[in-house]
Design a protein around this ligand. Structure first.
Ligand code: MTE
Ligand code: MOS
Length: 817
């Protein structure tokens, strides 16, 4: 199947093929970092000594008893670090700290012959701590003024004046939770030295180059003395963009000090208690509408909980600010951002990278204001969608904004929205304790790294004499199907069957100075580089073939493993000629090129053109394009318990001309479900008591942290790719797909809100905690029912109705806990 007519016939690009490792994934033959350790004999195991305080000074570490434990080889402490004791890029993340900054912070590591020896050794390490005061919640941090990093503002127009004049004005606040990545493969690294003392680290990392840089930094080595390989990850979701570095450095340090391979793999609880998560946010806002429900102004302050160190908090906040308006035009806007510093793990990238948090603010505002405005929430959203030619608050034109309306229409048609609304009304009218609702929400997500320099990539493509092809590129595979797409691009560019192309593991000694595989830009960037490398080789081969075929190199075409000359076919289409006299086998051309001493490998390079951003002023055009989508979800809520079911979700999503439709549909389904998990079930809790456990993550495993599973999938899930969606200037007209679909899950949250509202009187504005756990939904239903009783007694005036969305900052949040 090839969905795109304007691509070469039988082109591998656009073909619906399975993930290149699908069989390996399901049969267990696909290897991950720690599996490789199992194959390297004599590797030592590393186990952390985790501090039992949220904040403390380390007075002394006594390792005497630990090294007596049978099988313990060595304890790694700060004194052993030959280079710089820092695991981050901001100089604020001591690898082995003298000040404990969160409960579970590793103060030293024990190396053992077995995992058990290392574990027992860690238990025998005696650490003297002086406990210090700690800040755990966003509210505490805001009250005490505990912030870190910069506090940028995105602004346009005169928000204050426009608000003062707005016919309808509301204000409110809201605090919402983060998310644990819960990748199936926890963090892992395996380090060993070669005969010259150079360090080779296998790491489950989305960012091999930065892992290499940090390992070199910690060991005091030059970049060329450290090689990092990322074979594949069992999920990263942003959690392996920065967090692997320190762990790789510990393994490498152990290898340097002992001369033996060192393997490090966190168990689930260690992973949850030691590594960063999605940032929780706090938001306060003031919004104005005209009488038709058109947004006129927004003033807001959003505060990200960064945890103990900066990590990626600044770019995450920047993306939150650049997505605060989601798909809606807001003429006057002023949004301030800041990062709280708390004694928790250092929060980090997570699918959407702050975008979801920014967008949740406007979706919450619209969901809460719609009843007060007397406009159906979906209609309120539709009226405010960007129109072609409008600019974002940071000054970028919303190119192809008309797709938002197109998607909206297709979705409401596909999903039969109008008819179902009528059915839902009848269903609800007949029941007191069960209510259904559906909600439709849009997504607009900017693609490219906000930081312009990261938008570059490299590749290295080899063609061997037999015509087989090996590609290296700088992107990493975490299940998202990047490698599958790269194979499809190389096969298409060189006109060879997919089976002739193989992909080699991602390594820093093959392609240097790479960017993280993140910001959904993996296939745009690396695809551009692979395409560029293949095009160079193809042009060289075209010259060789042209000579043999007595043609001009411009007329030579590569397809299906054959090299031919362009001609007129019967249909009048220019195509590879049918004349077999003027066709050669790809491998014959390759061999001939070899004999003519034409190089058969090439380094490819790509950089995204036309983007710029001034992060101090928060103005520019940081994104190559926007990915669009919309979803409509129907839910059913039980009024006795707050329990709910997801009945049906329909999605229309814009992936441009899909490079790989099965992969893209998988990404859309997976992103949507992960977003639904964040917004409904996944609740991270910390012990905030003043007791001994203060600061401990209390949701340290699958038994206490509820992930969506089959039973939480919508009973019916229909995904459609927006047809005829070619995006110019991107590889094969495609668009990024990794993160944007996560935010389609707002439709679930808004459907829950609408279903809750159905338990109360018309016009009741529902405040819903996030995550909207069944417990939170239960309390929201109680509120809705209470509002019903109030309004029976005293009629609400318009002014009072406006007040009704004015909630104190964390009301909804605190209610749920
Ligand atoms: N899909 C799977 N299966 N596993 C993952 O870890 N990570 C997501 C997304 N999809 C992820 C995934 C995140 S956070 C990003 S940024 C993109 O994939 C990165 O890959 P891409 O740029 O190749 O889309
Ligand atoms: Mo994705 S959060 O950009 O790794």
């Amino acid at each position: 199947m090839n969905l795109q007519a304007d691509r070469p016939a039988h082109s591998a690009v656009g073909m619906a093929i399975p993930h290149e490792s699908a069989a390996g994934h399901v049969t267990g033959t696909a290897l991950y970092t720690d599996d490789l350790a199992g194959r390297s004999s004599g590797a030592l195991h590393a186990w952390p000594v985790q501090a039992p305080h949220a904040h403390a000074r380390v007075l002394a570490i006594d390792t005497d008893q630990a090294v007596q434990v049978p099988g313990v080889v060595r304890v790694l402490t700060a004194a052993d670090i030959p280079g710089t004791n820092d695991a981050g890029t901001k100089n604020d993340e001591p690898l082995l700290p003298t000040e404990v900054m969160y409960h579970g912070h590793a103060v030293c590591w024990v190396l053992g012959e077995t995992l058990e020896a290392a574990r027992l050794g860690a238990r025998a390490v005696h650490v003297d701590y002086e406990a210090l005061d700690s800040l755990l919640t966003l509210t505490e941090a805001i009250e005490t003024g505990s912030f870190q990093g910069e506090a940028p503002t995105v602004a346009r127009g005169e928000a204050g004046r426009a608000l003062a004049q707005a016919p309808r004005r509301f204000s409110g606040g809201f605090e919402f939770g983060g998310q644990e990545h819960f990748y199936l493969e926890t963090h892992a690294a395996l380090a060993h030295l070669d005969e010259a003392g150079q360090v080779f680290v296998q790491s489950s990392t989305q960012h091999p180059t930065e892992t290499q840089e940090i390992v070199a930094h910690v060991l005091g080595l030059a970049g060329h003395e450290v090689t990092v390989q990322s074979l594949r990850m069992g999920g990263g979701f942003g959690g392996k963009e920065m967090q692997p570095h320190g762990l790789a450095a510990i393994a490498a340090l152990g290898a340097v000090l002992t001369g033996r391979p060192v393997r490090l793999r966190l168990n689930r609880t260690q992973d949850i208690t030691m590594t960063g998560k999605r940032h929780p946010f706090h938001a306060t806002w003031d919004v104005g509408f005209d009488d038709d429900g058109q947004l006129v102004a927004l003033q807001a302050t959003i505060t990200a909980d960064g945890g103990w160190a900066l990590d990626l908090s600044q770019p995450v906040l920047s993306r939150a600010l650049c997505h605060i308006e989601n798909a809606y035009y807001i003429p006057h806007i002023e949004v301030h951002g800041r990062i709280a510093k708390t004694h928790k793990t250092s929060q980090t990238a997570f699918r959407g990278f702050g975008g979801p948090q920014g967008m949740l603010v406007i979706e919450d505002i619209l969901g809460r204001c719609a009843p007060a405005l007397g406009i159906e929430p979906g209609e309120l959203r539709r009226r405010n969608l960007y129109q072609p030619g409008q600019l974002t608050p940071y000054g970028q034109e919303v190119r192809h904004a008309e797709r938002l309306a197109t998607i909206w229409e297709q979705l409401t048609d596909n999903a039969d929205v109008e008819a179902r609304r009528v059915q839902i009304e009848a269903f609800n009218a007949a029941r007191t304790h069960t209510k259904r609702a559906l909600a439709i929400t849009p997504v607009k997500f900017g693609i490219s790294f906000n930081f312009t320099a990261f938008n570059q990539a490299g590749a290295l493509v080899h063609v061997y004499k037999d015509g087989s092809v090996l590609i290296n590129h700088g992107g990493t595979e975490m299940g998202q199907g990047l490698h599958t797409k790269m194979l499809q691009i190389a096969a298409t560019e060189l006109g060879v069957p997919l089976s002739r192309v193989r992909l080699a593991p991602t390594r820093t000694d093959k392609v240097p100075n790479t960017s993280a595989t993140a910001a959904s830009s993996g296939s745009d960037l690396n695809g551009g580089a692979v395409q560029n490398a293949c095009a160079q080789i193809r042009e060289r081969l075209a010259t060789v073939a042209a000579h043999a075929l007595h043609a001009h190199p411009h007329d030579v075409r590569f397809a299906g493993g054959r090299v031919g000359v362009i001609g007129q076919t019967g249909s009048g289409r220019t195509d590879v000629t049918a004349d077999p006299e003027r066709e050669l086998d790809f491998h014959d051309v390759v061999l001939e090129a070899y004999f003519q001493r034409v190089p058969l490998f090439a380094a490819g390079y790509y950089r995204t053109e036309g983007i710029h951003f001034d992060s101090a002023r928060m103005q520019g055009s940081p994104f190559k394009y926007f990915a669009y989508g919309a979803a409509v979800s129907e839910v059913e809520v039980d009024g006795f318990t707050g329990a709910y079911r997801f009945l049906r979700t329909d999605i229309v999503h814009d992936v441009g001309d899909s490079l790989s439709p099965l992969v893209d549909i998988g990404q859309i389904e997976g992103g949507f479900v992960q977003g639904a998990g964040w917004l409904t079930l996944e609740e991270l809790l910390w012990d905030t008591s003043d007791g001994e456990q203060r600061g401990r993550v209390t949701t340290g495993g699958a038994s206490t942290y509820k992930l969506p599973s089959f039973s939480e999938m919508p009973a019916e899930l229909n995904v459609h790719l927006l047809p005829r969606a070619k995006e110019t200037g991107v590889v094969y007209g495609s668009k990024a797909v990794g993160e944007p679909p996560l935010m389609l899950a707002f439709s679930i949250r808004e459907a829950l809100r609408t279903a809750v509202a159905a338990f109360g009187p018309a016009g009741h504005s529902v405040q819903l905690a996030s995550p909207a756990t069944p417990e939170a939904v239960f309390w929201a239903i109680q509120d809705a029912r209470g509002a019903g009783r109030d309004s029976a007694g005293e009629l609400l005036t318009t002014a009072a109705a406006q007040e009704s969305v004015t909630g104190a900052g964390s009301d909804a949040g605190s209610r749920a806990t």
